[in-house]
Write a protein that binds this ligand. Structure first.
Ligand SMILES: [Zn+2]
Length: 323
């Protein structure tokens, strides 16, 4: 598997290449459809008037189709150009430890991705108020796991519901002993939705090294789900030949938890999908400790997420002392 952690300039270049490719493909598709429409609509021996009338219809139509296909690129470019509110920047600086370890170019890219996420997705408080901090922490939770995938689009999600507390299987929250769910990725009628408990979302970022972060946990499930199933095998990031070694490693690590020889959250024993999500929380919240205690797992997650938070953290600390 060859997915190295990527630097900010190469990530930006990869995104630009991807956008160029989308523009070229959209242009080719629009041209092909235009030519076909012309061929079908022209009589056998077209006159100048025939050409002129058809072209007058087809050229604007083709151009409109091209603009339709590339509209999201243009919307995103406009968001990247728009100023990022100072208040939002302060929240990221104060509340998101991951953001604090990024270099200035990476921070710029992180802010752009957060901005795009907040413009494209709806975040709704259910029986609770939501402020900028809640919104920024939801967006940060979404961007952290895919920060190594430039140009990633969270098509799997449309809306995030923020609940006032943890909840049960029937989405009930108040005064219930069985209200133990902190977050979930929706399915069935709730497809393309996510629920997060507000206190746990905030707590996840305020205790940065406890290896619990419900936002990162749920968006890791969503990344896992990008191949259609939440099964702990993120096929979008794992080449086919790496799946077997990954599952063998996961089962070894799960066995260590079962025998009491691991500091990974025992909730990971539920199944491979939950193991992947709790391992991701650990990987992003306490990378140096995971690197030390679980070097093989760290290395595999570094390849899956295409990021190396431990090196990033070491660099940020050394930068702090050389200032
Ligand atoms: Zn889970």
């Amino acid at each position: 598997m060859k997915h190295e952690a990527i630097s900010a300039p190469s990530a930006a270049n990869a995104r630009i290449r991807q956008e160029h490719l989308t523009r070229i493909l959209s242009g080719v598709l629009s041209a092909v459809i235009g030519i076909l429409a012309l061929a079908v609509s022209l009589p056998l021996r077209p006159s100048t008037i025939d050409w002129a009338t058809r072209l007058a219809l087809i050229l604007p139509g083709g151009l409109g189709f091209y603009y339709f296909l590339t509209r999201r690129l243009r919307q995103r470019a406009a968001i990247r150009q728009a100023p990022f509110p100072d208040q939002w920047r302060k929240i990221l600086e104060q509340e998101v430890p991951f953001y604090q370890t990024l270099n200035p170019a990476e921070q710029q890219r992180f802010r752009e991705e957060v901005h795009i996420f907040l413009q494209e997705k709806r975040i709704t408080g259910i029986r609770t108020t939501i402020d900028d901090t809640v919104k920024l922490l939801v967006a940060a939770s979404a961007i952290i796991p895919i920060f190594g995938f430039p140009g990633w689009e969270w098509d799997q999600i449309r809306e995030i519901l923020i609940y006032p507390h943890s909840f049960n299987d029937h989405y009930q929250t108040e005064h219930r002993a069985d209200a133990s769910i902190l977050g979930m990725v929706g399915s069935g009628a709730m497809t393309r939705m996510m629920i997060l408990s507000k206190p746990e979302l905030l707590q996840g970022f305020r205790q940065p090294q406890d290896r619990h972060n419900v936002g990162i946990h749920e968006f890791t499930h969503l990344l896992d789900k990008s191949d259609g199933v939440v099964d702990g095998i993120p096929e979008v990031a794992l080449p086919a030949r790496a799946i077997k070694p990954w599952l063998e490693l996961v089962r070894r690590e799960m066995e260590n938890i079962r025998q009491g020889h691991s500091d990974i959250n025992p909730y990971g024993l539920t199944n491979e999908a939950e193991f992947f999500a709790v391992a991701a929380e650990y990987f992003f919240e306490h990378p140096e400790k995971m690197h030390q205690h679980h070097p093989c797992l760290y290395d595999m997650l570094r390849k899956i997420f295409r990021q190396d938070p431990q090196s990033r953290l070491s660099r940020a600390i050394s930068d702090m002392f050389t200032l």
